[in-house]
Design a protein around this ligand. Structure first.
Ligand code: C5P
Length: 390
C-alpha cells in the first residue's frame, strides 16, 4: 500500500525518476537541434529569451499547483482573497530570500547549457556533462554531511565511465539521429540543410579528423560549405567544453543546496511553494542579466521572438517540464538518484545500437553501478578499543 502522492499510479519517487529518464533524452536532442538548425528568419533565436520564458512557464505551473495545495487546506467557503493572502505569505515570508542563490545559479547553468549545446555535438555534451555525477556527490558530502562509503564512490565513478563508454561507442548513431532530424528541416525551411547535404556529397573539403566514414566526411564537407555560406551558426568547441564543465560544477552545487533547503527538518515549506520562490527569483537574473544587459541591444533591433519556431517552443516547454521533474526527484528521492535517472536515459537513448561491444560493456557498468549504489550501506562493528593499563 502506498500512502503519499502518486503519479501515473506510481509513488512519486519512482514516477518522477522514471519520467525524468525519458524527458531528458528528448530535451538534449531538441535543444541541440534548436541551436544549430538554420534559423527560420535572419537570426538564430536569443538563448536569453528562452531561459526567461522557461522561468515564466515554471512559475505559472508551480503557482497553479501551489494554489491547488493551498485551496485543499482551507474550508470550501473560504473567500479567494484569504487563499491568495495565505499563498503570498508562504511565498514571501521566512527564508524565501535563500532561494535567490539557487535562482541565480540555475539561471547561469541553463544559459551555459544553451551555449554548450550550440557549440558541441550531442555526444560530447553528454559525456562531459556526466561529470555532474561526481560533482553532485562531492557537494553532498561537503554541504549535506552525507558519508559515501568506498563502494558508493566506486559505483559513481563506474557510472560516469559506463555512460561515457555507451555514449562514445554509439556516437555514430547519435550523429545519424541528429542528421535525421536535420533532414526534417525540409518541411519547414525552403532552402534546407538537406539541400546542402546534396552539394556536400560532391564537394570534398579537407578537414581535420577521420574522413573515412561517409558520415564524418559529409559533416566535414558541411563545415566547408557552411563556412562559405554562413547559413548555420558555426560551433566553437573550446567554448562548448568550458560551458559544459562549468555547468557540471554549478549543477552539483545548486542541486545539493536546493535539496538542503527542501529537507531542513524544522521547515515545512511545500515543494510547490519552493518552486514558486525559485522561479520568481530566477526572473530577475534571466531578465536583467540575460535579456536586458547581454542581448538587450540586439533584441531591441530584431525583436524578442526573432528566430522562434515550433522547435524552439518545444525546447522551452521540455526544459520547463524537466526542471519541475528535477525538483520532484530531488524532493522525493535525492540528487544522486536524479543523476542516475538521467544517466539511464542516455542508455535508453542509445538502445538502438545493440551489437556494439562498447555499448554492451558500458550498459553492464551502468547497471552494476546502479545496483551496487542501491545496496544498503553495511554498518561496520568495530571491536571495542583496548585499554592498556599503565
Ligand atoms: O543538470 P541538472 O540536473 O542540474 O539540471 C537541473 C535543471 O532543473 C535546471 O534546468 C534547473 O533550472 C531545473 N530546476 C528547476 N526547479 C528546481 C530544481 C531544478 O527548474 N526546483
Amino acid at each position: 500500500l502506498t500512502t503519499g502522492p502518486t503519479l501515473f499510479g506510481l509513488p512519486m519517487k519512482q514516477a518522477s525518476l522514471l519520467t525524468l529518464t525519458f524527458q531528458n533524452s528528448a530535451l538534449i536532442l531538441i535543444l541541440h537541434y534548436s541551436r544549430v538548425m538554420r534559423p527560420p528568419g535572419d537570426h538564430r533565436y536569443f538563448a536569453s529569451t528562452a531561459v526567461l520564458l522557461n522561468e515564466v512557464l515554471k512559475l505559472a505551473i508551480s503557482l497553479t499547483f501551489a494554489i491547488y495545495d493551498a485551496s485543499r487546506s482551507l474550508a470550501p467557503q473560504t473567500p479567494a482573497t484569504v487563499l491568495f493572502e495565505q499563498l503570498f505569505h508562504s511565498v514571501f515570508s521566512g527564508d524565501s530570500w535563500k532561494l535567490a542563490i539557487p535562482a541565480v545559479l540555475y539561471t547561469f547553468e541553463n544559459t551555459l547549457q544553451y551555449v554548450a549545446l550550440g557549440n558541441l555535438e550531442v555526444v560530447h555534451f553528454q559525456v562531459l556533462s556526466q561529470l555532474k555525477i561526481l560533482t553532485t556527490a562531492l557537494f553532498m558530502v561537503l554541504l549535506l554531511g552525507r558519508s559515501l562509503g568506498i563502494r558508493r564512490w566506486l559505483s559513481l565513478i563506474f557510472l560516469t565511465l559506463g555512460i561515457s563508454i555507451v555514449t562514445l561507442s554509439s556516437s555514430s548513431n547519435s550523429r545519424n539521429l541528429s542528421f535525421e532530424i536535420f533532414d526534417l528541416s525540409d518541411h519547414f525551411f525552403p532552402r534546407s540543410v538537406h539541400e546542402l547535404g546534396q552539394i556536400a556529397d560532391d564537394t570534398v573539403v579537407p578537414a581535420p579528423g577521420d574522413l573515412s566514414s561517409p558520415l564524418t566526411r559529409r559533416s566535414a564537407t558541411y563545415e566547408g560549405i557552411l563556412e562559405d555560406q554562413e547559413l548555420v551558426p558555426r560551433m566553437n568547441y573550446s567554448l562548448g567544453v568550458t560551458a559544459v564543465l562549468v555547468a557540471a560544477i554549478v549543477s552539483g552545487l545548486t542541486g545539493v543546496y536546493f535539496e538542503k533547503l527542501l529537507k531542513e527538518p524544522t521547515k515545512t515549506v511545500s515543494i510547490w511553494t519552493r518552486n514558486v520562490q525559485l522561479a520568481f527569483y530566477s526572473l530577475f537574473p534571466a531578465l536583467i542579466v540575460g535579456v536586458i544587459i547581454t542581448d538587450g541591444k540586439e533584441i531591441s533591433k530584431h525583436g524578442f521572438f526573432d528566430g522562434y519556431n515550433w522547435v524552439v517552443w518545444t525546447a522551452i516547454v521540455l526544459q520547463a517540464v524537466g526542471g519541475l521533474l528535477t525538483s520532484l526527484c530531488i524532493n522525493y528521492a535525492d540528487n544522486i538518484a536524479k543523476n542516475f535517472a538521467t544517466s539511464i536515459s542516455i542508455v535508453i537513448g542509445f538502445i538502438a545500437s545493440v551489437g556494439v561491444f562498447g555499448f554492451l560493456f558500458g550498459t553492464a557498468l551502468v547497471i552494476t553501478s546502479t545496483y551496487a549504489y542501491a545496496l544498503p550501506e553495511r554498518k561496520r562493528s568495530r571491536p571495542p578499543p583496548i585499554h592498556i593499563a599503565t
